[in-house]
Design a binder for this molecule. Structure first.
Ligand code: SF4
Length: 244
């Protein structure tokens, strides 16, 4: 999908309507949801969904691969690690229902990328503007650690998202996401550091130059220790906007 010239002037929230069988992003997401390529992850995500956490005993878990979500015409693509066992593996939407999302979405709301700060379920009316959120791996891994082989197996889904969405800025949340993007674009000798920006030349995946922006992941491990503060995270989204 190539962006039209009018998209840069869009400054209102559009709620998606209907699903066209011809929409490549919807087709891709359907394919992702049905994926069972990684036996270890299939077993784990379904086991977690069956056993559940005490606090969510009465809720139905998603228990499937979690597709990306947001504005199909986004200029900013956010890439995370993988679903949390009781977060997006429960709710079925990226970063929704866990502490990482509780840090991320208020920041996106402050920056104007989200219409609200709350993200609790797929039916909470959250709408992203000019942003699409996805992940390096789509299935919840044990100990939050997908293996390199599992990430490699999942990588084509991320490549196809980039090809369809054609973002101008990719924000990598954490080093695993950063390394995955380097692998996809065959980039070497770039160092992950919070706030670093790199340029990516046009390629078969991206028809125009891209900016790659690094951020610490908003996991509790980073936010509770002060490694990633609210101010530092707000600066990331300001920087993302300045690169558009
Ligand atoms: S991690 Fe990706 S490739 Fe592996 S089963 Fe899940 S969706 Fe499929």
């Amino acid at each position: 999908m190539i962006k039209n010239d009018g998209r840069a002037t869009r400054r209102f929230f559009i709620k998606p309507t209907g699903v066209s069988p011809l929409n490549p992003l919807d087709s891709l997401n359907q394919e992702i949801i049905e994926c069972r390529k990684c036996p270890r992850l299939v077993e784990w995500r379904e086991e977690v969904a069956r056993v559940k956490r005490k606090a969510h005993k009465d809720k139905e878990y998603w228990g499937k691969p979690v597709p990306g979500f947001g504005d199909p015409q986004a200029r900013v693509l956010v890439v995370g690690l993988a679903p949390g066992a009781h977060g997006s593996n429960r709710t079925g939407r990226q970063f929704t229902g866990d502490a990482s999302g509780g840090f991320l979405f208020p920041a996106l709301h402050r920056a104007g990328f989200a219409n609200q700060a709350e993200a609790e379920s797929r039916s909470d009316d959250l709408i992203l503007k000019d942003m699409y959120i996805t992940a390096s791996g789509r299935c919840a891994p044990p100990d939050n650690k997908p293996t390199p082989a599992e990430l490699n197996t999942c990588q084509p889904y991320l490549e196809r998202e980039i090809q369809i969405i054609q973002p101008k800025v990719i924000v990598c949340l954490g080093k695993i996401a950063f390394d995955r993007i380097l692998k996809i674009f065959a980039l070497r000798n770039l160092k992950f550091s919070h706030g670093a920006v790199y340029s990516i030349h046009p390629s078969s995946l991206s028809f125009h130059p891209l900016s790659l922006l690094c951020s610490y992941h908003p996991s509790q491990q980073n936010t509770l220790t002060g490694k990633l503060t609210v101010e530092m995270f707000d600066d990331i989204w300001k920087k993302a906007k300045s690169l558009l």
